[in-house]
Design a protein. Structure first.
Length: 255
């Protein structure tokens, strides 16, 4: 049994994930959820509205019908996501050109709805990608997990300007370090105290925009200090894909 386990119960919601192509680099432990191609960007000729035309493997960014992010309903305040973490996870924080990402060492795991998944990485977007009732927040963090076969589930945490949050200090220190920096994150400590959530089937929010991603977005934001947000925005700002049509999908809540 591997160490650094976080237990996440999805209550009555099943975990239904499609196999993702192009998300793993070598092994699922290295799956990042981000394509490192240099052609795409957040503005100019490589902006989100052009992603599907940049490369054949990015076509889903235009043609997909279950794309992320989306505009979520106003908070419902339902049952909480059950999260039980076992402490800090070691890894390396580095800038990949589109965000700053902490990549966990092999061995960090999460149990989601009874299925053991690898905790792969966490990265940020400033401002948020998901909106709630049409409103964004200052930032959003994506905690990416993968099964052995490469299936992804992402825990999204919104962030608002407020009190300094020491649980994010190590990740943010990596955002300002330039080159890769060894450090730790404690997933449970980085989550809000109240954990009502929304869940839906979506996609990667960056090329290749692969669908089949299980999204779990916590309703309550965490707070970050003005200095912390300034450090994140100094690294990357405006690195958020616009919201995508919900289509015939349903956003579910634990009530």
């Amino acid at each position: 049994m591997r160490t650094n386990r976080t237990v996440v119960s999805l209550l009555t919601f099943p975990v239904v994930l499609a196999t993702l192509a192009g998300c793993a680099a070598g092994t699922t432990h290295q799956a990042s959820g981000h394509d490192a191609g240099a052609a795409w960007a957040y503005e100019g000729p490589g902006a989100p509205e052009h992603w599907g035309d940049l490369a054949d493997e990015y076509r889903t960014c235009t043609t997909g019908e279950q794309q992320s992010p989306i505009d979520l309903p106003a908070p419902q305040g339902g049952a909480a996501l059950d999260v039980d973490g076992s402490g800090p996870v070691r890894g390396v924080t580095a800038d990949n050109g589109h965000t700053v990402q902490f990549t966990a060492d092999d061995g960090a795991t999460t149990v989601v709805g009874g299925a053991e998944l690898d905790f792969v990485q966490v990265h940020f977007h400033a401002g948020s990608e998901h909106t709630r009732a049409g409103r964004d927040t200052a930032a959003e963090f994506h905690f990416v997990h993968a099964s052995e076969s490469g299936e992804l589930t992402v825990l999204g945490v919104l962030a608002e300007r407020g009190a300094h949050n020491p649980a994010y200090d190590d990740l943010i220190a990596g955002a300002t370090a330039g080159a890769g920096r060894a450090g730790t994150v404690d997933v449970e400590a980085m989550l809000p105290a109240k954990r009502a959530f929304a869940t839906y089937q979506g996609s990667l929010t960056t090329p290749p925009c692969t669908e089949g991603v299980r999204w779990i977005v916590l309703e309550q934001p965490v707070e970050l200090g003005a200095d912390q947000l300034a450090d994140l925005e100094a690294a990357h700002v405006g690195n958020a894909r616009p919201v995508q049509p919900l289509g015939d999908r349903t956003v579910q809540h634990a009530l």
